[in-house]
Design a protein. Sequence first.
Length: 117
Amino acid sequence: MPDALEVAAEPNRRRLLHLLAAGEQTVTGLAGHFSVTRSAISQHLLLLESVGLVSARKEGRSRYYSLDPAGMARLRTLVEQFWNAELDLLSRDAHLLAARNAAVPPGPPVPPAKDPS
């Protein structure tokens, strides 16, 4: 099963999360914002629900979706951990590159180009 970060990375599902940030909505209401079928939106929502990012409730024939605060908090933690790790690697690489450049003596000066005329 994919993790929440992987599921939320898909563009349609990211857009669904943004739309749900405004509050609870029906599948039909959400589907109106997309060019894909209502069935496709339902499948995206079920996947978001399976990883705990949204919750659903049924009222009559309608299914209402909303963000799951605990799931969104876990997603935020995952994103922060990812970026912290990536920034640590970038910082380490920059320091290694700077140390390598400082250890290499400069080469001979490059003579100016001769005028072809």
